[in-house]
Design a protein around this ligand. Structure first.
Ligand code: IPD
Ligand code: CA
Ligand code: CA
Length: 257
């Protein structure tokens, strides 16, 4: 069964990525969702359709949670959690830091995840207890064990009103320590880049399951740690996410919490 699931997952992510490649730097319709710069393009919808078509052709009864169409609920223990474009603002501006992200949950636990940035030809794949890989190379988080030598990445919410703490105040704490903090614009890639050891830690307020599902498993399988801002064990429906190589987790928690 797992081979068929993996094969379908990979076919689905490629089907989505083909749509992204077809439209990248071309013309396409762009709309605002709830706020001015929370964008959705026709490419998000087309990529989502292509991904779901692949999944449904093999597993018509599986549960689907996808950013643009929402939930196609069913009684299945398998749930596919889809972000057809993570980094839509980047995509809309022709910035090649964006990806298709698909996580697969079985009995409420992440089983597999894939994140594919077709513009850098980087495909991240993870399977529970079987490791995380970038284009078939096994991933391991970094071994930096002090925050003072870490390189971090974060993101900011589109809507400030929904965040009870001020994300800028937290950002400022890290900046005042003189730490390099990047903002790439794709939470799924941020997580994968922590798994790959490029970054040592990532935090962000107000994420959604489709931003995190695949990247979360990537970090776990690369030996890192993911928690909420209280340091509690994580699940992908938690809004606030801290993901690190594990070594600097407590130091980051002390600043964020
Ligand atoms: C967004 C990206 C971004 C993060 C936002 C997300 P989208 O996803 O992951 O990095 O800061 O919170 O909503 O809208 O491009 O799918
Ligand atoms: Ca997203
Ligand atoms: Ca998206």
């Amino acid at each position: 069964m797992n081979d068929l699931l993996k094969n379908t997952l990979l076919r689905a992510v490629h089907a989505g990525a083909d749509v992204l490649k077809q439209y990248f730097e071309g013309t396409f319709e762009i709309r605002s969702k709830d706020t001015l710069n929370n964008l959705v393009t026709e490419v998000d919808n087309k990529a989502e359709d292509a991904i779901i078509e692949v999944i449904k052709s093999v597993f018509p009864d599986h549960y689907i949670l996808s950013e643009e169409i929402g939930e196609l609920s069913s009684a299945s223990s398998y749930k596919w959690i889809i972000d057809p474009i993570d980094g839509t603002v980047n995509f809309a501006h022709g910035i090649p830091i964006c990806c298709v992200s698909i996580g697969l949950e079985f009995e409420s636990k992440m089983l597999m995840g894939v994140v594919f940035n077709p513009f850098m030809n980087e495909l991240f794949f993870a399977e529970k207890n079987k490791g995380a890989f970038l284009n078939n190379r096994q991933l391991k988080v970094s071994i930096k064990d002090k925050l003072e030598s870490a390189c971090l990445v974060t993101g900011f919410p589109y809507r400030w009103v929904e965040v009870e703490k001020d994300p800028i105040a937290v950002f400022e704490k890290f900046i005042r320590l003189g730490l390099p903090v990047r903002r790439l614009g794709s939470a799924a890639l941020d997580l994968c880049w922590v798994a790959a050891g490029r970054f040592d830690g990532f935090w962000e307020y107000n994420l959604n399951p489709w931003d995190i599902a695949a990247g979360y498993l990537m970090i776990e399988e690369a030996g890192g740690r993911v928690s909420n801002f209280q340091g509690h064990a994580y699940n992908v429906y938690d809004k606030h996410t801290l993901a690190t190589n594990g070594y600097i987790h407590e130091e980051m928690l002390a600043l964020i919490g």
